[in-house]
Write a protein that binds this ligand. Structure first.
Ligand SMILES: [Fe+2]
Length: 379
């Protein structure tokens, strides 16, 4: 069994999908925001159910899609406890095990690139695999000059933790800038230009002399990654104009609107509010009076709701535009795309009903329909 290795050319990041061949339960390591459609397609193609979305650290060069994968694919999120990713459902400690089907992934704390960085070991009958993030790269290693990095810590993580794994263990790095895909512990122990045969002092001197430029996306990526990549770029500003769907979503639905604008449209009769959350969410978390329920996915299993198409067609029967509401503004994008395919004029409501999770993983405190004081009720 081998991991599926996926590559993001913009950041030279490798994402890995591991799965249990019998149960089809899968785990993804270091997913990249811009590649979410590719990753969802990969899961569909292999017939996989995503159980975990895991980070090796809080990345500075790309934004994770872990939060979106949790919404769209039902994955649970896990991240190293020392990385400050407060939204991750499981805060991993050294030695912790994540299970997917009959398979296990073991977390190793390998600080140095960042203080919280981890590597992950997957033992299969054919041999061991280690996913090293930015700790160990092929013939290299991650930088240690920002984000709580330490060359001393990295030396010990490389020589005492990773090089203590069997030589035959396959090394799957977080990046490669030269098209190399994997290596082995034995190969890196013998030939890694930064660390092989070097003393700690020699290694630290090499790292101190690198003089690398600041990562291009650090100011944007690190804060976003501390909330599993879920962010909204309205800056909390009142957005009273619709904004066309942009980036990877360009043209696939009518655009994004703030909760306030959506409510204004509903009050004036221009738009119909469609709540695409599950029946259970409306029942337990609260609902908007007058909204049309049309669940995008249904609990349990979060399978696509076969009645969705009919429900949105009916909601738009009088020719109004649709404004789609979910929990935090992720599922409503997928639903708006589908409604657009059906020929309807569909907008995504930013922030959803509950807004983003805050640093304590609590929703409802920063943004969202309720937070903005718009009408809602609880059963
Ligand atoms: Fe990194």
């Amino acid at each position: 069994m081998k991991p599926i290795q996926l590559f993001d050319p913009a950041s030279s990041t490798y994402t890995y999908v591991l799965f249990d061949q019998a149960t089809r339960d899968a785990l993804i390591i270091d997913p990249v925001d811009e590649q979410i459609e590719r990753d969802l397609a990969t899961l569909r193609e292999y017939g996989l159910q995503l159980v975990w979305a895991v980070e090796t650290h809080a990345h500075a060069d790309h934004i994770t899609s872990a939060g979106k994968l949790a919404e769209l694919a039902g994955a649970k999120t896990a991240a190293p406890v020392g990385c400050g990713i407060g939204t991750a459902g499981v805060q991993l400690q050294h030695g912790d095990i994540l299970r997917f089907g009959g398979q296990t992934l073991r977390a190793l704390h390998t600080p140095g690139h960042t203080a919280g960085s981890m590597s992950f070991v997957w033992q299969t009958p054919e041999g061991g695999h280690v996913f090293t993030g930015d700790t160990l790269l092929i013939n290299g290693c991650g930088r240690t000059d920002f984000q709580s990095g330490s060359a001393h810590d990295l030396y010990r993580s490389l020589t005492e933790v990773l090089f203590a794994l069997p030589d035959a263990t396959t090394v799957w790095p977080g990046h490669d800038y030269q098209g190399r895909t994997h290596s082995s512990i034995g190969q890196e122990k013998a030939g890694n230009a930064r660390v092989a045969g070097k003393t700690e002092a020699e290694f630290v001197a090499i790292m101190d002399a690198l003089g690398l430029p600041k990562p291009r996306r650090i100011d944007e990526a690190v804060p976003a990654n501390l909330t599993s990549g879920i962010r909204h770029d309205a800056d909390g500003a009142l957005l009273m104009q619709p904004r066309p769907a942009a980036g990877v979503h360009a043209g696939s639905y009518a655009g994004d609107v703030s909760p306030q604008l959506a409510w204004q449209w509903v009050q004036s009769g221009e738009a119909v509010l469609v709540d695409v959350r599950t029946d259970a969410e409306r029942e337990w978390v609260g609902f908007v009076p007058g909204a049309v329920p049309a669940a995008w996915k249904q609990w349990p299993g979060m399978a696509l709701n076969p009645q969705f198409d009919d429900a949105v067609r009916q909601a738009a029967a009088d020719g109004q535009k649709l404004v789609l509401l979910c929990r935090s503004g992720v599922r409503s994008i997928a639903a708006a795309k589908r409604a657009t395919e059906l020929g309807l004029l569909a907008y995504n409501i930013l922030e959803g009903f509950e807004g983003d999770p805050d640093a304590g993983a609590q929703r409802g405190h920063q943004g969202g329909w309720r937070h903005h004081g718009l009408p809602w009720r609880q059963n």
